[in-house]
Design a protein around this ligand. Structure first.
Ligand code: ADP
Ligand code: ZN
Length: 601
Protein backbone atom coordinates (compact mmCIF):
# COMPACT_ATOMS: atom_id res chain seq x y z
CA UNK A 1 0.00 0.00 0.00
CA UNK A 2 2.75 2.41 0.91
CA UNK A 3 4.47 1.99 -2.44
CA UNK A 4 1.58 3.37 -4.42
CA UNK A 5 0.84 6.16 -2.07
CA UNK A 6 4.41 7.29 -2.04
CA UNK A 7 4.43 7.13 -5.79
CA UNK A 8 1.56 9.52 -5.95
CA UNK A 9 3.06 11.66 -3.27
CA UNK A 10 -0.05 11.39 -1.15
CA UNK A 11 0.43 11.75 2.55
CA UNK A 12 -2.39 9.31 3.19
CA UNK A 13 -0.19 6.86 4.98
CA UNK A 14 -0.34 9.27 7.88
CA UNK A 15 -4.06 9.76 7.67
CA UNK A 16 -5.88 8.86 10.79
CA UNK A 17 -9.48 7.86 10.65
CA UNK A 18 -11.46 9.49 13.40
CA UNK A 19 -14.91 8.52 14.58
CA UNK A 20 -17.16 11.52 14.30
CA UNK A 21 -17.43 11.68 18.07
CA UNK A 22 -13.64 11.79 18.36
CA UNK A 23 -13.53 14.43 15.69
CA UNK A 24 -15.97 16.58 17.68
CA UNK A 25 -14.04 16.07 20.87
CA UNK A 26 -10.71 16.95 19.33
CA UNK A 27 -12.23 19.93 17.57
CA UNK A 28 -13.45 21.33 20.85
CA UNK A 29 -10.14 20.56 22.47
CA UNK A 30 -8.52 22.75 19.80
CA UNK A 31 -6.47 19.94 18.35
CA UNK A 32 -7.62 20.24 14.75
CA UNK A 33 -6.93 22.73 12.01
CA UNK A 34 -7.18 23.39 8.26
CA UNK A 35 -10.38 21.52 7.73
CA UNK A 36 -11.78 20.73 4.31
CA UNK A 37 -15.49 20.09 4.70
CA UNK A 38 -16.85 17.85 1.98
CA UNK A 39 -20.39 16.60 1.64
CA UNK A 40 -19.45 13.20 3.03
CA UNK A 41 -15.97 13.51 4.42
CA UNK A 42 -14.20 16.05 6.57
CA UNK A 43 -10.45 16.11 6.30
CA UNK A 44 -7.80 18.19 7.96
CA UNK A 45 -4.82 18.06 10.21
CA UNK A 46 -4.34 17.17 13.82
CA UNK A 47 -2.04 19.75 15.32
CA UNK A 48 1.35 18.63 16.50
CA UNK A 49 0.90 18.42 20.22
CA UNK A 50 4.49 18.95 21.24
CA UNK A 51 4.18 15.74 23.23
CA UNK A 52 6.42 12.81 22.47
CA UNK A 53 5.56 9.28 21.60
CA UNK A 54 5.85 7.17 24.75
CA UNK A 55 7.37 4.30 22.76
CA UNK A 56 9.93 6.06 20.60
CA UNK A 57 10.50 9.24 22.52
CA UNK A 58 10.15 11.14 19.24
CA UNK A 59 7.94 14.24 19.16
CA UNK A 60 4.55 13.45 17.66
CA UNK A 61 4.32 15.21 14.28
CA UNK A 62 1.20 16.80 12.83
CA UNK A 63 -0.98 14.21 11.11
CA UNK A 64 -3.75 14.25 8.59
CA UNK A 65 -7.12 12.95 9.63
CA UNK A 66 -10.40 12.24 7.98
CA UNK A 67 -13.82 11.50 9.38
CA UNK A 68 -17.09 10.50 7.82
CA UNK A 69 -19.44 13.42 8.13
CA UNK A 70 -22.69 12.76 9.98
CA UNK A 71 -25.77 14.98 10.09
CA UNK A 72 -24.83 17.75 12.45
CA UNK A 73 -26.64 21.06 12.18
CA UNK A 74 -24.26 22.72 14.62
CA UNK A 75 -21.04 21.90 12.89
CA UNK A 76 -20.41 25.46 11.74
CA UNK A 77 -21.01 26.82 15.23
CA UNK A 78 -18.58 24.29 16.55
CA UNK A 79 -15.99 25.27 13.94
CA UNK A 80 -16.42 28.92 14.77
CA UNK A 81 -16.25 28.16 18.46
CA UNK A 82 -13.01 26.28 18.00
CA UNK A 83 -11.58 29.09 15.87
CA UNK A 84 -10.17 26.85 13.17
CA UNK A 85 -9.55 27.57 9.52
CA UNK A 86 -11.99 25.70 7.32
CA UNK A 87 -12.99 25.53 3.69
CA UNK A 88 -15.74 23.74 1.85
CA UNK A 89 -15.02 21.24 -0.89
CA UNK A 90 -17.58 20.63 -3.58
CA UNK A 91 -17.63 17.13 -4.92
CA UNK A 92 -20.57 16.17 -7.01
CA UNK A 93 -21.61 12.56 -6.88
CA UNK A 94 -20.62 11.90 -10.48
CA UNK A 95 -17.26 13.48 -10.02
CA UNK A 96 -16.68 11.29 -7.01
CA UNK A 97 -17.66 8.22 -8.93
CA UNK A 98 -15.46 9.17 -11.80
CA UNK A 99 -12.58 9.76 -9.45
CA UNK A 100 -12.91 6.41 -7.83
CA UNK A 101 -12.81 4.85 -11.27
CA UNK A 102 -9.96 6.94 -12.49
CA UNK A 103 -7.80 6.72 -9.46
CA UNK A 104 -7.26 2.96 -9.60
CA UNK A 105 -6.76 3.09 -13.33
CA UNK A 106 -4.30 5.88 -12.88
CA UNK A 107 -2.54 3.84 -10.26
CA UNK A 108 -2.38 0.86 -12.54
CA UNK A 109 -0.96 2.82 -15.42
CA UNK A 110 1.54 4.59 -13.28
CA UNK A 111 2.59 1.48 -11.58
CA UNK A 112 3.03 -0.60 -14.68
CA UNK A 113 4.98 2.31 -16.14
CA UNK A 114 7.11 2.33 -13.06
CA UNK A 115 7.72 -1.38 -13.28
CA UNK A 116 8.80 -1.32 -16.89
CA UNK A 117 10.98 1.72 -16.48
CA UNK A 118 12.75 -0.07 -13.69
CA UNK A 119 13.07 -3.04 -15.95
CA UNK A 120 11.29 -5.35 -13.53
CA UNK A 121 9.20 -6.72 -16.38
CA UNK A 122 8.39 -10.37 -16.30
CA UNK A 123 5.84 -11.35 -13.70
CA UNK A 124 3.37 -8.66 -12.98
CA UNK A 125 4.16 -8.62 -9.31
CA UNK A 126 1.25 -6.48 -8.41
CA UNK A 127 -1.19 -7.34 -5.73
CA UNK A 128 -4.25 -5.18 -6.21
CA UNK A 129 -5.59 -6.34 -2.86
CA UNK A 130 -2.94 -4.33 -1.18
CA UNK A 131 -3.37 -1.25 -3.28
CA UNK A 132 -6.09 0.48 -1.39
CA UNK A 133 -6.67 -1.94 1.40
CA UNK A 134 -7.78 0.05 4.33
CA UNK A 135 -7.31 -2.33 7.12
CA UNK A 136 -6.96 -0.35 10.29
CA UNK A 137 -4.93 -1.93 12.95
CA UNK A 138 -4.26 -0.94 16.51
CA UNK A 139 -1.85 -2.87 18.66
CA UNK A 140 -3.61 -1.60 21.77
CA UNK A 141 -7.10 -0.16 21.61
CA UNK A 142 -6.97 1.17 25.14
CA UNK A 143 -10.71 0.65 25.39
CA UNK A 144 -12.05 -1.42 28.27
CA UNK A 145 -15.42 -2.94 29.01
CA UNK A 146 -15.90 -0.20 31.59
CA UNK A 147 -16.02 2.31 28.73
CA UNK A 148 -18.99 0.57 27.20
CA UNK A 149 -22.03 1.09 29.36
CA UNK A 150 -25.54 -0.24 29.39
CA UNK A 151 -24.82 -3.47 27.53
CA UNK A 152 -24.17 -5.84 30.40
CA UNK A 153 -25.67 -8.88 28.71
CA UNK A 154 -23.48 -8.49 25.65
CA UNK A 155 -20.41 -7.99 27.80
CA UNK A 156 -21.20 -11.13 29.75
CA UNK A 157 -21.49 -13.10 26.53
CA UNK A 158 -18.19 -11.78 25.26
CA UNK A 159 -16.27 -12.27 28.48
CA UNK A 160 -15.74 -15.94 27.65
CA UNK A 161 -13.92 -14.87 24.50
CA UNK A 162 -11.73 -12.51 26.48
CA UNK A 163 -10.81 -15.43 28.65
CA UNK A 164 -10.00 -17.59 25.66
CA UNK A 165 -7.77 -14.95 24.13
CA UNK A 166 -5.94 -14.50 27.40
CA UNK A 167 -5.48 -18.14 28.29
CA UNK A 168 -5.77 -20.12 25.06
CA UNK A 169 -3.90 -23.16 26.46
CA UNK A 170 -6.56 -23.69 29.09
CA UNK A 171 -9.24 -24.02 26.43
CA UNK A 172 -7.14 -26.07 24.07
CA UNK A 173 -6.44 -28.57 26.84
CA UNK A 174 -10.11 -29.00 27.58
CA UNK A 175 -10.95 -29.25 23.90
CA UNK A 176 -13.75 -26.73 24.20
CA UNK A 177 -15.01 -25.27 20.97
CA UNK A 178 -14.28 -21.62 20.76
CA UNK A 179 -16.33 -19.60 18.30
CA UNK A 180 -14.55 -18.26 15.26
CA UNK A 181 -17.10 -15.64 14.50
CA UNK A 182 -19.46 -13.52 16.54
CA UNK A 183 -22.12 -11.40 14.89
CA UNK A 184 -23.09 -8.21 16.69
CA UNK A 185 -26.55 -7.11 15.68
CA UNK A 186 -27.45 -3.57 16.59
CA UNK A 187 -28.72 -0.23 15.37
CA UNK A 188 -26.16 2.40 14.37
CA UNK A 189 -24.49 4.22 17.23
CA UNK A 190 -25.25 1.64 19.89
CA UNK A 191 -21.57 0.93 20.42
CA UNK A 192 -20.77 -2.05 18.19
CA UNK A 193 -17.34 -0.76 17.26
CA UNK A 194 -16.69 0.36 20.79
CA UNK A 195 -17.60 -3.06 22.14
CA UNK A 196 -15.36 -4.84 19.63
CA UNK A 197 -12.48 -2.56 20.59
CA UNK A 198 -13.17 -3.12 24.26
CA UNK A 199 -13.03 -6.86 23.72
CA UNK A 200 -9.57 -6.47 22.19
CA UNK A 201 -8.59 -4.07 24.96
CA UNK A 202 -9.71 -6.41 27.73
CA UNK A 203 -7.87 -9.34 26.19
CA UNK A 204 -4.83 -7.17 25.46
CA UNK A 205 -4.67 -8.30 21.84
CA UNK A 206 -4.31 -6.34 18.57
CA UNK A 207 -7.40 -5.11 16.79
CA UNK A 208 -7.89 -5.16 13.03
CA UNK A 209 -10.88 -3.53 11.47
CA UNK A 210 -12.31 -3.02 8.07
CA UNK A 211 -15.71 -2.02 6.85
CA UNK A 212 -17.74 -4.31 4.62
CA UNK A 213 -18.50 -1.46 2.30
CA UNK A 214 -14.80 -0.99 1.64
CA UNK A 215 -14.50 -4.52 0.38
CA UNK A 216 -16.88 -3.79 -2.40
CA UNK A 217 -14.56 -2.44 -5.01
CA UNK A 218 -14.79 -1.71 -8.65
CA UNK A 219 -12.20 -4.19 -9.78
CA UNK A 220 -13.33 -7.74 -9.70
CA UNK A 221 -10.99 -9.68 -7.51
CA UNK A 222 -9.87 -6.79 -5.35
CA UNK A 223 -12.31 -7.53 -2.57
CA UNK A 224 -11.37 -11.18 -2.45
CA UNK A 225 -7.67 -10.32 -2.41
CA UNK A 226 -8.33 -7.91 0.39
CA UNK A 227 -10.06 -10.55 2.46
CA UNK A 228 -7.08 -12.84 1.97
CA UNK A 229 -4.76 -10.04 3.00
CA UNK A 230 -6.82 -9.29 6.09
CA UNK A 231 -6.69 -12.89 7.28
CA UNK A 232 -2.99 -13.21 6.50
CA UNK A 233 -2.25 -10.13 8.60
CA UNK A 234 -4.49 -11.31 11.41
CA UNK A 235 -3.03 -14.82 11.55
CA UNK A 236 0.44 -13.34 11.72
CA UNK A 237 -0.54 -11.29 14.76
CA UNK A 238 -2.69 -13.89 16.53
CA UNK A 239 -4.15 -13.86 19.08
CA UNK A 240 -6.13 -10.90 17.85
CA UNK A 241 -9.55 -9.54 17.04
CA UNK A 242 -10.72 -8.84 13.50
CA UNK A 243 -13.72 -6.54 13.26
CA UNK A 244 -15.75 -6.34 10.06
CA UNK A 245 -18.21 -3.47 10.24
CA UNK A 246 -21.26 -3.39 7.93
CA UNK A 247 -21.01 -7.08 7.17
CA UNK A 248 -24.24 -6.79 5.16
CA UNK A 249 -22.44 -4.72 2.52
CA UNK A 250 -20.38 -7.73 1.48
CA UNK A 251 -22.41 -10.54 2.95
CA UNK A 252 -25.77 -9.94 1.32
CA UNK A 253 -27.48 -13.12 0.32
CA UNK A 254 -26.19 -14.07 -3.10
CA UNK A 255 -28.68 -13.13 -5.73
CA UNK A 256 -29.84 -9.90 -4.09
CA UNK A 257 -27.13 -7.77 -5.73
CA UNK A 258 -28.36 -4.83 -7.72
CA UNK A 259 -25.99 -4.60 -10.64
CA UNK A 260 -24.40 -7.55 -12.32
CA UNK A 261 -20.91 -6.10 -12.03
CA UNK A 262 -21.00 -5.27 -8.33
CA UNK A 263 -22.87 -8.48 -7.84
CA UNK A 264 -20.21 -10.87 -9.08
CA UNK A 265 -17.56 -8.88 -7.28
CA UNK A 266 -19.52 -9.05 -4.07
CA UNK A 267 -20.07 -12.74 -4.54
CA UNK A 268 -16.37 -13.41 -4.99
CA UNK A 269 -15.58 -11.40 -1.91
CA UNK A 270 -18.18 -13.23 0.12
CA UNK A 271 -16.94 -16.61 -1.11
CA UNK A 272 -13.41 -15.68 -0.16
CA UNK A 273 -14.58 -14.71 3.31
CA UNK A 274 -16.30 -18.08 3.70
CA UNK A 275 -13.18 -19.89 2.49
CA UNK A 276 -10.95 -17.99 4.91
CA UNK A 277 -13.28 -18.55 7.84
CA UNK A 278 -13.41 -22.26 7.18
CA UNK A 279 -9.68 -22.38 6.61
CA UNK A 280 -8.24 -21.25 9.89
CA UNK A 281 -7.85 -23.32 12.99
CA UNK A 282 -10.24 -22.26 15.74
CA UNK A 283 -7.37 -22.58 18.18
CA UNK A 284 -5.24 -20.09 16.28
CA UNK A 285 -6.58 -17.31 18.47
CA UNK A 286 -8.17 -15.19 15.78
CA UNK A 287 -11.71 -14.15 16.58
CA UNK A 288 -13.77 -12.47 13.90
CA UNK A 289 -16.39 -10.03 15.09
CA UNK A 290 -18.78 -8.66 12.54
CA UNK A 291 -21.45 -6.04 12.93
CA UNK A 292 -24.66 -5.43 11.08
CA UNK A 293 -27.96 -3.77 11.65
CA UNK A 294 -29.64 -5.82 8.95
CA UNK A 295 -29.11 -9.45 9.86
CA UNK A 296 -32.06 -10.49 7.70
CA UNK A 297 -30.25 -9.72 4.43
CA UNK A 298 -27.17 -11.76 5.28
CA UNK A 299 -26.34 -14.82 3.26
CA UNK A 300 -27.38 -17.82 5.36
CA UNK A 301 -24.01 -19.42 4.65
CA UNK A 302 -22.42 -16.82 6.90
CA UNK A 303 -24.47 -17.93 9.87
CA UNK A 304 -23.64 -21.63 9.73
CA UNK A 305 -21.72 -23.37 12.49
CA UNK A 306 -18.02 -22.54 12.36
CA UNK A 307 -18.71 -19.11 10.92
CA UNK A 308 -20.79 -16.40 12.56
CA UNK A 309 -22.69 -18.82 14.70
CA UNK A 310 -22.78 -16.70 17.86
CA UNK A 311 -24.99 -13.66 17.96
CA UNK A 312 -24.92 -10.79 20.35
CA UNK A 313 -27.66 -8.17 20.17
CA UNK A 314 -27.27 -4.60 21.37
CA UNK A 315 -30.50 -2.76 22.03
CA UNK A 316 -30.82 0.95 22.42
CA UNK A 317 -30.16 1.58 26.09
CA UNK A 318 -32.98 1.75 28.62
CA UNK A 319 -33.20 4.36 31.35
CA UNK A 320 -30.52 2.77 33.54
CA UNK A 321 -28.31 2.07 30.55
CA UNK A 322 -28.56 5.68 29.45
CA UNK A 323 -27.56 6.88 32.89
CA UNK A 324 -24.54 4.58 32.83
CA UNK A 325 -23.51 5.81 29.39
CA UNK A 326 -23.94 9.44 30.44
CA UNK A 327 -21.78 8.76 33.46
CA UNK A 328 -19.05 7.26 31.27
CA UNK A 329 -18.96 10.30 29.03
CA UNK A 330 -19.44 12.87 31.76
CA UNK A 331 -16.24 11.65 33.38
CA UNK A 332 -14.26 13.76 30.92
CA UNK A 333 -16.30 16.91 31.49
CA UNK A 334 -16.52 19.14 34.58
CA UNK A 335 -20.20 19.25 35.58
CA UNK A 336 -21.85 21.94 37.65
CA UNK A 337 -23.92 20.91 40.65
CA UNK A 338 -27.23 21.63 38.96
CA UNK A 339 -26.80 18.94 36.31
CA UNK A 340 -28.87 15.91 37.20
CA UNK A 341 -27.82 13.07 34.90
CA UNK A 342 -30.74 10.96 36.11
CA UNK A 343 -33.10 13.57 34.77
CA UNK A 344 -31.16 13.77 31.53
CA UNK A 345 -31.40 10.00 31.16
CA UNK A 346 -35.15 10.25 31.63
CA UNK A 347 -35.39 12.86 28.91
CA UNK A 348 -33.46 10.88 26.34
CA UNK A 349 -35.62 7.88 25.56
CA UNK A 350 -34.72 6.53 22.12
CA UNK A 351 -31.16 7.88 22.20
CA UNK A 352 -28.40 5.47 21.25
CA UNK A 353 -25.01 5.57 22.96
CA UNK A 354 -23.54 7.71 20.21
CA UNK A 355 -26.35 10.26 20.64
CA UNK A 356 -25.65 10.45 24.36
CA UNK A 357 -21.92 10.89 23.73
CA UNK A 358 -22.85 13.61 21.31
CA UNK A 359 -25.10 15.24 23.89
CA UNK A 360 -22.34 15.48 26.48
CA UNK A 361 -20.07 16.86 23.80
CA UNK A 362 -22.55 19.46 22.64
CA UNK A 363 -23.14 20.57 26.20
CA UNK A 364 -19.41 20.96 26.75
CA UNK A 365 -19.15 22.90 23.53
CA UNK A 366 -21.98 25.18 24.52
CA UNK A 367 -20.40 25.80 27.90
CA UNK A 368 -17.10 26.63 26.20
CA UNK A 369 -18.76 29.04 23.83
CA UNK A 370 -20.40 30.93 26.68
CA UNK A 371 -17.25 30.83 28.77
CA UNK A 372 -18.77 28.75 31.57
CA UNK A 373 -16.21 27.17 33.86
CA UNK A 374 -18.35 24.07 34.21
CA UNK A 375 -21.07 22.49 32.14
CA UNK A 376 -24.33 23.50 33.78
CA UNK A 377 -27.96 22.50 33.35
CA UNK A 378 -28.63 25.25 30.81
CA UNK A 379 -25.83 23.95 28.58
CA UNK A 380 -27.27 20.47 28.78
CA UNK A 381 -30.78 21.70 28.00
CA UNK A 382 -29.55 23.63 25.02
CA UNK A 383 -27.65 20.63 23.69
CA UNK A 384 -30.64 18.39 24.30
CA UNK A 385 -32.92 20.67 22.30
CA UNK A 386 -30.56 20.63 19.36
CA UNK A 387 -30.01 16.90 19.34
CA UNK A 388 -33.68 16.11 19.80
CA UNK A 389 -34.44 18.34 16.83
CA UNK A 390 -31.92 16.39 14.78
CA UNK A 391 -33.26 13.04 15.89
CA UNK A 392 -36.85 14.07 15.33
CA UNK A 393 -36.01 14.48 11.68
CA UNK A 394 -35.05 10.84 11.67
CA UNK A 395 -38.22 10.10 13.67
CA UNK A 396 -36.44 8.41 16.48
CA UNK A 397 -38.09 10.31 19.29
CA UNK A 398 -41.42 9.34 20.78
CA UNK A 399 -43.57 11.91 22.52
CA UNK A 400 -44.59 11.33 26.15
CA UNK A 401 -48.15 10.82 24.95
CA UNK A 402 -47.12 8.08 22.54
CA UNK A 403 -45.01 6.49 25.23
CA UNK A 404 -48.03 6.33 27.46
CA UNK A 405 -50.02 4.55 24.75
CA UNK A 406 -47.19 2.13 24.03
CA UNK A 407 -46.82 1.34 27.74
CA UNK A 408 -50.50 0.37 28.06
CA UNK A 409 -50.38 -1.54 24.81
CA UNK A 410 -47.43 -3.70 25.84
CA UNK A 411 -48.75 -4.10 29.38
CA UNK A 412 -51.95 -5.43 27.78
CA UNK A 413 -50.08 -8.07 25.80
CA UNK A 414 -48.01 -9.09 28.81
CA UNK A 415 -50.89 -9.38 31.28
CA UNK A 416 -53.04 -11.29 28.84
CA UNK A 417 -50.18 -13.75 28.38
CA UNK A 418 -49.79 -13.92 32.12
CA UNK A 419 -53.41 -14.89 32.67
CA UNK A 420 -53.64 -17.52 29.96
CA UNK A 421 -52.77 -21.03 30.96
CA UNK A 422 -51.43 -22.01 27.54
CA UNK A 423 -49.59 -18.85 26.57
CA UNK A 424 -45.80 -18.69 26.47
CA UNK A 425 -44.27 -17.05 29.49
CA UNK A 426 -43.39 -13.38 29.23
CA UNK A 427 -39.64 -12.91 29.39
CA UNK A 428 -39.33 -9.17 28.93
CA UNK A 429 -41.48 -6.15 28.16
CA UNK A 430 -40.01 -3.02 26.67
CA UNK A 431 -41.18 0.33 25.41
CA UNK A 432 -37.87 1.20 23.77
CA UNK A 433 -38.41 1.55 20.04
CA UNK A 434 -36.84 -1.21 18.01
CA UNK A 435 -36.27 -0.52 14.37
CA UNK A 436 -38.63 1.84 12.62
CA UNK A 437 -41.88 -0.02 12.99
CA UNK A 438 -42.04 -1.40 16.50
CA UNK A 439 -42.48 1.12 19.29
CA UNK A 440 -42.27 -1.52 21.96
CA UNK A 441 -42.29 -5.24 22.37
CA UNK A 442 -43.32 -8.02 24.66
CA UNK A 443 -41.04 -10.98 24.43
CA UNK A 444 -42.41 -14.41 25.21
CA UNK A 445 -40.27 -17.47 25.52
CA UNK A 446 -41.81 -20.82 24.70
CA UNK A 447 -41.11 -23.48 27.27
CA UNK A 448 -40.17 -25.98 24.58
CA UNK A 449 -40.10 -26.36 20.83
CA UNK A 450 -43.55 -27.10 19.55
CA UNK A 451 -44.61 -28.98 16.47
CA UNK A 452 -48.26 -29.39 17.26
CA UNK A 453 -50.46 -26.75 18.74
CA UNK A 454 -53.78 -27.47 20.35
CA UNK A 455 -56.87 -25.37 19.84
CA UNK A 456 -56.65 -24.06 23.39
CA UNK A 457 -53.14 -22.83 22.72
CA UNK A 458 -54.11 -21.10 19.52
CA UNK A 459 -57.00 -19.40 21.29
CA UNK A 460 -54.64 -18.13 23.96
CA UNK A 461 -52.34 -16.89 21.26
CA UNK A 462 -55.20 -14.94 19.72
CA UNK A 463 -55.95 -13.43 23.09
CA UNK A 464 -52.36 -12.31 23.61
CA UNK A 465 -52.30 -10.72 20.16
CA UNK A 466 -55.40 -8.72 20.99
CA UNK A 467 -54.19 -7.77 24.47
CA UNK A 468 -52.43 -4.63 23.25
CA UNK A 469 -55.44 -3.22 21.47
CA UNK A 470 -57.86 -4.02 24.32
CA UNK A 471 -55.59 -2.34 26.87
CA UNK A 472 -55.61 0.81 24.76
CA UNK A 473 -59.41 0.73 24.61
CA UNK A 474 -59.75 0.26 28.34
CA UNK A 475 -57.15 2.64 29.62
CA UNK A 476 -57.15 5.39 27.06
CA UNK A 477 -60.71 5.21 25.80
CA UNK A 478 -59.24 5.46 22.35
CA UNK A 479 -57.30 3.23 20.03
CA UNK A 480 -54.18 3.85 18.01
CA UNK A 481 -52.65 2.60 14.79
CA UNK A 482 -50.04 0.80 16.88
CA UNK A 483 -52.02 -2.44 16.90
CA UNK A 484 -52.14 -2.82 13.15
CA UNK A 485 -49.54 -5.56 13.03
CA UNK A 486 -51.17 -7.42 15.93
CA UNK A 487 -54.56 -7.30 14.25
CA UNK A 488 -53.06 -8.56 11.03
CA UNK A 489 -51.48 -11.48 12.87
CA UNK A 490 -54.66 -12.20 14.81
CA UNK A 491 -56.77 -12.22 11.63
CA UNK A 492 -54.29 -14.48 9.88
CA UNK A 493 -54.29 -16.88 12.81
CA UNK A 494 -58.10 -16.94 13.07
CA UNK A 495 -58.35 -17.50 9.34
CA UNK A 496 -55.92 -20.42 9.49
CA UNK A 497 -57.82 -21.97 12.36
CA UNK A 498 -61.04 -21.88 10.38
CA UNK A 499 -59.78 -22.72 6.91
CA UNK A 500 -56.85 -25.04 7.47
CA UNK A 501 -57.08 -26.65 10.87
CA UNK A 502 -60.78 -27.50 10.88
CA UNK A 503 -61.22 -25.74 14.21
CA UNK A 504 -64.52 -24.08 13.52
CA UNK A 505 -67.66 -25.67 14.93
CA UNK A 506 -69.97 -24.58 12.16
CA UNK A 507 -67.71 -25.69 9.36
CA UNK A 508 -66.53 -28.82 11.03
CA UNK A 509 -63.64 -30.81 9.73
CA UNK A 510 -63.47 -29.44 6.23
CA UNK A 511 -60.45 -27.47 5.13
CA UNK A 512 -60.68 -24.60 2.73
CA UNK A 513 -57.13 -23.96 1.67
CA UNK A 514 -56.79 -21.43 -1.06
CA UNK A 515 -55.93 -22.81 -4.43
CA UNK A 516 -52.99 -20.69 -5.40
CA UNK A 517 -50.64 -21.35 -8.23
CA UNK A 518 -47.98 -18.97 -9.40
CA UNK A 519 -48.75 -19.98 -12.96
CA UNK A 520 -52.30 -18.77 -12.83
CA UNK A 521 -53.12 -15.17 -13.01
CA UNK A 522 -54.43 -13.95 -9.67
CA UNK A 523 -57.75 -12.87 -11.14
CA UNK A 524 -58.48 -16.44 -12.14
CA UNK A 525 -57.88 -17.91 -8.68
CA UNK A 526 -61.16 -16.52 -7.36
CA UNK A 527 -63.06 -18.81 -9.68
CA UNK A 528 -61.10 -21.79 -8.49
CA UNK A 529 -62.37 -21.62 -4.92
CA UNK A 530 -63.36 -25.19 -4.11
CA UNK A 531 -66.35 -24.02 -2.12
CA UNK A 532 -69.54 -22.07 -2.63
CA UNK A 533 -70.16 -18.43 -1.89
CA UNK A 534 -72.31 -19.39 1.08
CA UNK A 535 -69.39 -21.33 2.51
CA UNK A 536 -67.17 -18.31 1.91
CA UNK A 537 -69.61 -16.22 3.94
CA UNK A 538 -69.63 -18.79 6.71
CA UNK A 539 -65.85 -18.77 6.76
CA UNK A 540 -65.82 -15.01 7.12
CA UNK A 541 -68.45 -15.19 9.85
CA UNK A 542 -66.51 -17.84 11.74
CA UNK A 543 -63.28 -15.87 11.54
CA UNK A 544 -65.09 -12.83 12.83
CA UNK A 545 -66.68 -14.84 15.63
CA UNK A 546 -63.29 -16.15 16.75
CA UNK A 547 -61.90 -12.65 16.88
CA UNK A 548 -64.96 -11.21 18.63
CA UNK A 549 -64.95 -13.92 21.27
CA UNK A 550 -61.24 -13.44 21.86
CA UNK A 551 -61.81 -9.71 22.18
CA UNK A 552 -64.52 -10.23 24.79
CA UNK A 553 -62.40 -12.69 26.77
CA UNK A 554 -59.41 -10.34 26.83
CA UNK A 555 -61.58 -7.42 27.81
CA UNK A 556 -62.95 -9.39 30.74
CA UNK A 557 -59.46 -10.38 31.86
CA UNK A 558 -58.01 -6.91 31.66
CA UNK A 559 -61.05 -5.35 33.33
CA UNK A 560 -60.68 -7.80 36.16
CA UNK A 561 -56.99 -6.94 36.54
CA UNK A 562 -57.32 -3.27 35.83
CA UNK A 563 -55.23 -2.26 38.85
CA UNK A 564 -52.41 -4.45 37.66
CA UNK A 565 -52.63 -3.08 34.14
CA UNK A 566 -52.23 0.45 35.47
CA UNK A 567 -49.33 -0.40 37.71
CA UNK A 568 -47.52 -2.37 35.01
CA UNK A 569 -47.92 0.49 32.54
CA UNK A 570 -46.64 2.88 35.19
CA UNK A 571 -43.63 0.68 35.89
CA UNK A 572 -42.91 0.50 32.17
CA UNK A 573 -43.03 4.26 31.87
CA UNK A 574 -40.61 4.54 34.76
CA UNK A 575 -38.14 1.87 33.76
CA UNK A 576 -38.82 1.30 30.06
CA UNK A 577 -38.02 -2.38 30.37
CA UNK A 578 -39.56 -4.82 32.80
CA UNK A 579 -38.15 -8.30 33.08
CA UNK A 580 -39.65 -11.52 34.34
CA UNK A 581 -38.54 -10.98 37.92
CA UNK A 582 -39.96 -7.46 38.11
CA UNK A 583 -43.23 -8.64 36.60
CA UNK A 584 -43.48 -11.44 39.16
CA UNK A 585 -42.72 -9.01 41.95
CA UNK A 586 -45.41 -6.64 40.76
CA UNK A 587 -47.99 -9.37 40.53
CA UNK A 588 -46.96 -10.77 43.88
CA UNK A 589 -47.33 -7.34 45.42
CA UNK A 590 -50.86 -7.09 44.09
CA UNK A 591 -51.53 -10.40 45.84
CA UNK A 592 -53.20 -11.99 42.93
CA UNK A 593 -52.95 -15.52 41.76
CA UNK A 594 -50.73 -15.24 38.67
CA UNK A 595 -52.19 -18.17 36.78
CA UNK A 596 -55.72 -19.00 37.76
CA UNK A 597 -56.86 -22.21 36.17
CA UNK A 598 -59.11 -21.35 33.30
CA UNK A 599 -62.27 -23.29 32.86
CA UNK A 600 -62.30 -23.05 29.16
CA UNK A 601 -61.44 -26.42 27.76
P1 ADP B 1 -21.65 1.72 16.15
O1 ADP B 1 -20.40 1.01 15.78
O2 ADP B 1 -22.67 0.83 16.81
O3 ADP B 1 -22.26 2.57 15.09
P2 ADP B 1 -19.87 3.16 17.82
O4 ADP B 1 -19.27 2.05 18.61
O5 ADP B 1 -19.06 3.68 16.70
O6 ADP B 1 -21.30 2.75 17.31
O7 ADP B 1 -20.27 4.33 18.82
C1 ADP B 1 -19.95 5.66 18.55
C2 ADP B 1 -19.59 6.38 19.83
O8 ADP B 1 -20.74 6.48 20.66
C3 ADP B 1 -18.58 5.63 20.65
O9 ADP B 1 -17.28 5.96 20.26
C4 ADP B 1 -18.90 6.10 22.06
O10 ADP B 1 -18.31 7.36 22.32
C5 ADP B 1 -20.39 6.29 22.02
N1 ADP B 1 -21.11 5.11 22.52
C6 ADP B 1 -21.93 4.32 21.80
N2 ADP B 1 -22.43 3.33 22.58
C7 ADP B 1 -21.89 3.48 23.79
C8 ADP B 1 -22.01 2.77 25.03
N3 ADP B 1 -22.80 1.69 25.14
N4 ADP B 1 -21.32 3.21 26.09
C9 ADP B 1 -20.53 4.30 25.99
N5 ADP B 1 -20.37 5.02 24.87
C10 ADP B 1 -21.05 4.62 23.77
ZN1 ZN C 1 -48.80 -5.10 19.95
Amino acid sequence: MLAYLVLLGLPSAQTENLDYSDFRRQLIAGKLDNLAIGPDIIEGSVRASGASDPKTGQPVPARRFSTVRVYDPDLIDALEGAGVHYTGTIKSQTAANLLSWMLPIGLLLMFSGYLSSKGVGGGFAFNPGKSRARIYSESKTGVKFADVAGVDEAKAELSEIVDFLKYPQRYQKLGGRIPKGVLIVAAPGTGKTLLAKALAGEAGVPFFSISGSEFVELFVGVGAARVRDLFAQALAKAPCIVFIDELDALGKARGIGAMAATHSEQEQTLNQLLVEMDGFDPNSGVIILAATNRPEVLDPALLRPGRFDRHVALDRPDLRGRLDILNVHAKNVPLAGDVDLKKVAAQTAGFAGADLANLVNEAALHAARLGHARVDASDVDEALDRIVAGLEKRSRIISPDEKHTVAYHEAGHALTAQFRAHADRVAKISIIPRGIMALGYTQQLPAEDRYLLRRSELLDRLDVLLGGRVAEELALGDISTGAQNDLQNASDLARQMVRQYGMSERLGLATFEDVRSPFLNPAATAELKPYSDTTAETIDAEVKALLDQAHARVRATLEQHRGLLDSLAKLLLERETVDRAALDALIGAQAEDPRPALARD
